[in-house]
Unconditional design. Structure first.
Length: 268
């Protein structure tokens, strides 16, 4: 029961019997669950403030210990009355805001060693059971104080993956299609269609240096073979690499418009 030891050392001069030690342990369990003590008695006193310590005169009435608590979020105020009946202690706790009441009966000898009131390390026993009894019999029925909402870290600004061609794009959920992004290989984008046939990127296996990536309409798939392919051999829109040089009359220099060097050499 971390924290109870310094509390017990502070309250030790007022502890004269086992019931005092048990009330001290019960008080600390309420502190652990987010409550702070306001004072003694049924009614508030002057200059009250929330504290983890027991108020002055908390042990004055040996028959009924009366303490008031308030949650750290100020949402609940509890009135605790610990009534001593022979060797037992009856805890009656009321939430003043909701008028809910919780009761727990504890056998003092189950949790306190009366012959070791001067030794904190021996005075308490079955502490885990005491915690469970307080939590299930008082805290759970009346409700624990609400925890403050933690501030979520601010989200970082979205960074476009294509600002850096070496950065991997974010993964897409299964069943969704990745949005169109321009190829970082533009303007040529050689092989782009083969890498991503559904991405709508330009390119393909045909290198087109003379037109700097501008698509050449009407490519003849029959180029490079004798005759022509029958109609429908290449479906419209299909990717098809021609068998030879693309088309006839492609703009560019005529390979035969100049004679080769030394063309008039008879041995050439």
């Amino acid at each position: 029961m971390a924290g109870l030891e310094p509390l017990y050392a502070w309250a030790r001069p007022a502890i004269s019997r086992p019931q005092d030690a048990l009330v001290c342990g019960i008080h600390w369990e309420l502190i652990r669950h987010g409550y702070r003590c306001l004072g003694t008695g049924d009614q508030p006193g002057p200059d009250e403030r929330k504290s983890e310590l027991l108020p002055a005169g908390w042990e004055a009435n040996k028959e009924v210990y009366t303490l008031r608590y308030k949650s750290t979020d100020d949402a609940r105020e509890l009135l605790l009355k610990a009534i001593t009946v022979e060797d037992s202690m009856i805890l009656n706790v009321m939430d003043r805001s909701s008028q809910k009441v919780a009761d727990v009966t504890l056998a003092v000898a189950d949790y306190i060693n009366p012959e070791h009131l001067d030794d904190f390390h021996k005075v308490y026993k079955n502490t885990e059971e005491l915690r469970t009894r307080i939590a299930s019999g008082i805290i759970a029925p009346l409700g624990a104080p609400a925890e403050k909402t933690r501030n979520e870290p601010e989200s970082k600004e979205d960074v476009h993956w294509d600002e850096n061609p070496l950065r991997l794009p974010p993964r897409q959920p299964m069943g969704t299609r990745a949005p169109y992004r321009p190829s970082p290989l533009s303007p040529f984008a050689v092989g782009g269609e083969d890498l991503d046939p559904f991405g709508g990127r330009s390119g393909g296996m045909i290198v087109d240096p003379l037109h700097s990536g501008v698509p050449q309409p009407g490519i003849d798939p029959s180029s490079g073979i004798p005759g022509r392919l029958p109609p429908g051999a290449v479906p419209p829109g299909a990717r098809f690499d021609p068998f030879g040089p693309i088309g006839i009359g492609r703009p560019g220099p005529d390979p035969d418009h100049l004679p080769p060097p030394g063309y008039d050499d008879m041995f050439m």
